[in-house]
Design a binder for this molecule. Sequence first.
Ligand SMILES: *Cc1c(COP(=O)(O)O)cnc(C)c1O
Length: 442
Amino acid sequence: MKVQTTLPPTAAPIPAAALAAGLRGLLGASGDAATIRRELQTWLQADYVDLVSSGKAALAIILGALASAAPKRRRVIIPAYTCYSVPSAVVKAGLDVVPCDVDPLTLDFRPDVLERLVDQQTLAVLATHLFGNPSAIDRAVTVAHARGALVIEDAAQAMGAESNGRVIGTIGDVGFFSLGRGKNLSCGGGGVIVSRQPKVSELLGRFAASLETESWTTAAQVWAESFVTSVLIHPGVYWLPAGLPFLGLGETKFYTDFPVTRMADARVSLLAGWRSRLEEDNRIRRGHAAELIQLLRQHAPESQVVMGANSIGLRLPVLLKDRAMKQALLRIGSERGLGISQAYPGTIPDVKELQGRVSGVADAGARAVVERMVTLPTHRYVTRAQRLAIAESIGQLYAEGRRQGVANDVGGLGTTRTVGKASGAASSKPGDGVAKVGALHG
Ligand SMILES: *Cc1c(COP(=O)(O)O)cnc(C)c1O
């Protein structure tokens, strides 16, 4: 354990006022929770909004509800590179995981592969807005609906993002957000289900009627954890939890024995002031991401940034030259406490527990992401000096590579590029994306 300023890869702090509201909730007051539920409903303009124990619980509930109306459809198409909670929820719902390869330059589905995978046995396509980058949702809807399948939006990492004036999470047939600690907005863990489709809402209502609400003890435990986290998330002390391996911070695991319950009012209260918290944190993240992009263009023009114009930059994904460079940067980042992370350690077909369940899938794109991608921290605790140190570290690695005479071929692309989604939201011309990212926050 190294005692030094240490950045977490992500941070969505719970302010003191919200901790106080949470405490009021534990003592029996339900006013805060009622207000929050109403505000969420208004913001999402939805006929069904429910708060549940986690993002993966939200997904398991959605899948259970959809499957109840289409017993012959068992296949759920998910990105071959995503959070391991996603296949966990699919397996928990008793359905089949079908990974679809992703394009490393967008982290979204490869359209040709998606087209081939969706069939009459497909229940749903999980369009995923990874790291806050809106996915090409309209394209997924067209492909899915043509075969009678639905589109679920995995907006776990994109709460507060918009695309053409539409709130991400409400564009597909049904969607969910995560309120986990590493996400855009947190109440110590939780999920939000949202549907605007009367038919889907009815299925959800029927399915969710049998769910229990989490116990007071669970809510109290989450409050206590949130209190401790609000102290330990600060870079001045984060070295402590980061150095305790048994906490498993930042780990991503496949497991299906997670609770699927409604969220207790006491825990909902921890979201007090959620709208301004979300907007403020997202504004800061976008600003930091835009600045990192600019610094990378200066110091490491060979690196490739994956950030479309509508991204809210929960983290900034960057593709490096190769696995050796990725590992070197993770080492430097860890030594210097810079909050650089590899996100997920493998592709979905790599997940041990899924061996024998998914096979024969092409995942070259997802594999390239695992080989070459790191995510840079964008949250409020990252200082200007740390952003510079990150960009310079990457620049130095490229310079070393050149000195060693290693062919400097980053997928044949010579410059730092801001890569947009195929939805046409962003351009892949150098320079364009940054201008647009900058424009988002004036
Ligand atoms: C975090 C996450 C989930 C699951 O959310 P939890 O609240 O952690 O259960 C699902 N999908 C993605 C892309 C995520 O990042």
